[in-house]
Design a protein around this ligand. Structure first.
Ligand code: DX5
Ligand code: ZN
Length: 293
């Protein structure tokens, strides 16, 4: 992270990060020079979960030739989700070879206890799950939820304190909502957040199919953002390809995570460019529809 980026990410929140990351920014988000883009732009975060872990540096440098706005890093603890991936030393190593802001997705139960590890490792944006502040905190001892109404947020103060710690550390703060979690549970936190991440697969593994119920959540988040003039970025993660990218953008998404549809393809750079083109086409349609109203 450069000093400039640290400053703008912390001082100006999501708008600062979008500008500092050298992207046109999401709808209504001004760039570094304070100039609002004329139309919504969609940001892309290739998920390194689908990269070749024996050649991580090679894959990072390769995909950076396509100028993604973020690199998405999936941290799993084998407790919050039934998989174990990478931890702070690997995030630090990724930071050393990459020149792209790191979007670090924490799929862990003990967020408060481990947050500093990932801040110190160089995360520019940290997303953590809202479910961590409920009685459901992972696959053990609880079982995965089977119903959308099975829990409530019992510790909202935990969420506010994590957001505050991230902002004090000049790191962007994002809240993640699982497929079975009602998006309404996130409403009290929206005004404090830089980003909301809607999971469109059950977290834990790459290569799953897009869960369509995520689309209504995206629409609601976009509507609230507009109505309340908030500036959180709306991100989606899971099962994104050219088709689902179009759908998600049409429902208001501004940042697309894609793993399998990029790194598992014979030409990952071309695959990422195709997803971006599909997303931009959908964003242009959205703008055209808005203008005609
Ligand atoms: C899943 C992870 C995702 C994953 C997405 O738990 O959070 O970031 O890499 O992979 P695809 O794009 O293959 O669904
Ligand atoms: Zn992820």
């Amino acid at each position: 992270m450069t000093d400039d980026m640290t400053t703008s990410a912390g001082a100006a929140g999501a708008a600062g990060a979008a500008g500092a990351a050298g992207v046109a920014g999401a709808a209504g988000v001004a760039g570094a020079a304070g100039v609002a883009p004329s139309k919504p732009a969609v940001q892309i975060a290739p998920s390194l979960l689908s990269a070749d872990f024996t050649n991580l540096a090679r894959d990072i440098l390769m995909i950076e030739q396509g100028h993604p706005e973020w690199l998405h890093v999936d941290v799993m603890d084998g407790h919050f989700v039934p998989n174990l991936t990478i931890g702070p030393p690997v995030v630090r190593a990724i930071k050393q070879v990459s020149s792209t802001p790191l979007d670090v997705h924490l799929m862990i139960s003990n967020v408060a206890e481990q947050l500093d590890w990932y801040i110190d490792a160089g995360a520019d944006l940290i997303t953590f799950h809202i479910e961590c502040a409920s009685d459901y905190q992972g696959i053990e001892p609880a079982q995965p939820l089977t119903s959308a109404t099975a829990f409530e947020i019992t510790r909202p103060e935990l969420i506010f304190s994590i957001i505050e710690r991230l902002h004090q550390a000049r790191c962007l703060a994002g809240l993640v909502i699982n497929p079975l979690t009602p998006v309404e549970l996130a409403l009290p936190f929206l005004g404090s957040l830089d980003l909301v991440l809607v999971m469109s697969v059950h977290p834990g593994f790459g290569g799953q199919s897009f869960i369509e119920s995520a689309l209504d959540k995206l629409s609601l988040l976009a509507e609230i953002k507009r109505a309340q003039n908030l500036d959180y970025i709306i991100e989606v993660d899971g099962g994104i390809n050219t088709q689902t990218a179009r759908l998600a953008v049409a429902h208001g998404v501004e940042l697309l995570v894609a793993g399998n549809a990029i790194f598992a393809q014979p030409d990952p750079l071309a695959a990422m460019a195709e997803i971006r083109a599909a997303a931009e086409a959908a964003a242009a349609e959205l703008t055209a529809n808005d203008d005609s109203h």
